[in-house]
Design a protein around this ligand. Sequence first.
Ligand code: F6P
Length: 505
Amino acid sequence: MGEGSADGPVLIASNRGPVSFGLGDDGRLSARRGAGGLVSGLSSVTDHTSETLWVCAALSDADRAAVREAPDGRLDSDGTPGGSGVHMLDIPPAVFQRAYNAVANSTLWFVHHMLYDTPNQPHFGMAFDREWDSFRGYNRAFAEALAQDAGPAGQAGQAGQAGQAGRPARALIQDYHLTLAPRMLADLRPDVRIAHFSHTPWAPPAYYRMLPDPVAREVLDGVLGADHAGFLCQRWADAFLDCCEAVLGPVGARVDRVRQRVSYRGHVTGVGVHPLGVDAAELTARAAEPDVQARVASLAEATGDRKLIVRIDRTELSKNIVRGLAAYRELLIAYPQWRERVVHVAFAYPSRHDLPEYREYTARVQRLAREISEEFGTADWDPLILQVDDDYARSLAAYRLADVLLVNPIRDGMNLVAKEGPILSDRACALVLSREAGAAAELSADALMINPFDVSGTAQALHEALLMPDSERTRRARSLARAASAVPPATWFADQLAALDRLGG
Ligand code: F6P
C-alpha cells in the first residue's frame, strides 16, 4: 500500500486487534491471530504493509499480561513485544467489561440489529449510567492513544515509519464499539483526518430512538466527529442519515441527501458506501492447503454422495440459526423426497459467551439440532452435522463441498459467508440469502432471496436450490463469485483513505 509512505501515518482502531494471546498450563503466553470478519479483512491489508499502526484493546487476562510485558503496549502483529504494528490498550477490566459487554454488545449491537424482545428490554435504569460512563472511558482511551500515535501535529508521526513532514495523520476508526472516539479524537487533534466505519447495520430512527435521548445524540455526535463515515451498503448509510435528521435535526444538524453529508457543530461529515468483499486469490489459495484438503476428505466420507446444505456462522442471535434449522426440518417434512439424500452441515462457532442470551441461544441451537437428528435420522443417515467449536480449515472445507449455502440473518451489516461460499464451492453452490443482509445489495440477482422470518418460505427456497439445474447453478455461482470479489479488502481500505483525502482538499 503506497498511501502510507506518501502521506502521514495511517492509524487503525478497533476493539479486537490482529493478535490475541492465550495462557498455557505452563503459564506461558502464546500469540494467535485475532478472530472475526473485521480482523480478517483488515489483516489482509496490514499484513502486506509495515505502514500502519493498529490500536486495539486487550480483551482477556492473557492479552493484559502480554501488554504488560511489551514496552508501551507495542507489539508486532505476530505478538512479538516491542514491535511497531500494534498498540494494545490495557483498559481496566471492569471498565472494559461494561463498555464491551453491557454497552457495545448488549445495547448498541441489539439496537442496530433490532434484536430486543421489547416488552422486556431494553431497560435503561440507573445501572446504565455507570455502563455508559465506562463506554465513554473506553472510547477516551482509544482517542488518547490515537492522538499520541498520530505524532506531533504537522510532522512525521511516532507510528510513522510512514510519516512525512506537513502531512496529516489519518485514523480509520472501526465499528459500534468506537462510535464516540471520532469526536473525542477530533477535539484532541483537529489536524488528524478521521474516518469511522460501521461493520453493522444502522437502525432506523423509530428503533434507534429507544436509546435514551442524550445517548442517542451522543452516539451520532461521536460519529460526526469524523470527516468521513463509511457503511457497508446504501441502506445502512440512509438509516444513519435518517437518524441524524430525526435526532440531531432539531438541534441544528443539516442533512444533505444529494451530496450524502451532514453538517453539524460547524463541521461537515461525508457519508460513503464501501461494500467490503473478499480477496478471491488469497482465499482460494488458503482453501487448497493440506489441512483443508484433509477436512474435505473426511467431510466427503461422512456425507457420501448426498447433497450438502451448508451454513457457517458465529453462534450469534442475529444469524437466525434456529429458524434456519426449523426451515430444514420443514424441508424434510414438506419435501420428503430429500430424506436420505441431503445432509445439513451447520458450523456455528462460539461467540460472546459472557452474555447469557448467547449461551441460551447456543443451547437452543443444539437442542433443535438433536431433535431433528432424532426425528429423521436412520441407521445410515444422519440428517444434520452441527459443530459448535471453531475450526477455520473445516469451515473452508464445508464451503468447498456445499451444494447449497444458507445465509439467513435477521439483519447483518454485510455477511462475508455469502461472499466466500460462491468463490470456494467446488460444486458451484446455490445461495439462499436473506434480504436483510447487507450482501443482498450486491448478490440478490443471482441468489434465491428469502424473508428470514418466513420459515416455510426458507424451506421452499432450499427445495428450489436443491433442484436447480447444474448449468444454472454454475452460471449464478460465477456471477456471485465475481460480485463477491469486486471490492477486496485492500481496495475497500484504499477507497476510505481516498475519501478522506478528497475531503481534505
Ligand atoms: O460485525 C461486526 C463485528 O465487529 C465483526 O467484524 C466481527 O466478526 C464481530 O462483530 C465480532 O464480534 P466480537 O468481537 O464481539 O466477537
